[in-house]
Design a protein around this ligand. Structure first.
Ligand code: ADE
Length: 242
């Protein structure tokens, strides 16, 4: 996969894309990054990329010419162009899985108070990482890259993300490692039992318990078996008793 990024802060991408799982995926050739400084397409002696908004108001708006100059060649090379924008569609596990199938992505990071509306004509989709406003699209672009690259075959063991929170429509079950007892908190005995069927049953039940308690909104769309439904009934009944 090839991921290009258009930004006025290319330095923000250096360390995150060289570190940990993303860095290893890049080193192993699973993904290849191109970070493009928008100022190279800036206007005039100062390489300006923004200007005052027509109609007045606070803040600056990113001009269309530098953005078109940077995006057009990526688009022509076949990239799926994504603008990071708080008004975009919400980044979810399902969207990340879709994007991980694309051979080429180009991520466009907005800054300042906004971008000239005409730039939207050049993008295939707009993505938001949540209902809050950041100072620019750089951190959202890094979030998107992280969530997509970890899904590329070979980036991490397949099993580590098929059981992810959200992948199965539920939050993930609790995890424990050594020591067996820590500050009087013990690891649930079933996990030490060596009985894999029991462990699987316990994990499913805990995933359901956690989702019911923290994100009941997910249960409507989660693929649930009849056994899951009766566990949920049971959990709800216990909840009502207490
Ligand atoms: N730019 C500023 N805020 C953002 C958000 N929440 N998601 C994507 N891009 C943004």
């Amino acid at each position: 996969m090839r991921i290009d990024v258009v930004t006025i802060f290319p330095e923000l991408f250096e360390l995150p894309l060289r570190t940990s799982i993303i860095g290893r995926a890049a080193e192993g050739g699973l993904v290849d990054f191109g970070i493009h400084d928008l100022r190279e397409h800036g206007l005039g002696r100062h390489r300006s990329v923004d200007d005052y908004p027509y109609g007045g108001g606070a803040g600056m708006v990113m001009r269309p010419e530098p953005l078109f100059g940077a995006i057009e060649p990526l688009r022509n090379a076949g990239a799926h162009v994504i603008l990071l924008d708080p008004a975009g569609e919400r980044l979810t596990d399902a969207l990340a899985r879709d994007l991980a199938l694309q051979p080429r992505l180009a991520l466009v990071c907005g800054r300042y108070e906004g971008i000239d509306e005409r730039v939207r004509a050049l993008v295939d989709r707009e993505v938001s990482i949540g209902d809050y406003v950041l100072t620019g699209g750089e951190l959202p672009a890094l979030v998107l890259i992280d969530t997509v690259v970890r899904l590329l075959p070979g980036a991490i063991a397949e099993a580590s993300h098929t059981g992810d929170s959200f992948a199965a429509g539920l939050l993930e079950h609790p995890q424990y490692t050594r020591p067996e007892a820590f500050r009087k908190m013990a690891v649930p005995a079933v996990l030490l039992s060596g009985n894999h069927a029991e462990v699987d049953r316990w994990r499913r039940r805990e995933a359901l318990r956690r989702t019911l308690a923290r994100r009941p909104d997910l249960l409507g769309a989660a693929p649930l078996t009849d056994a899951d439904r009766s566990i949920l009934e049971e959990l709800r009944a216990v909840d009502e008793e207490s």
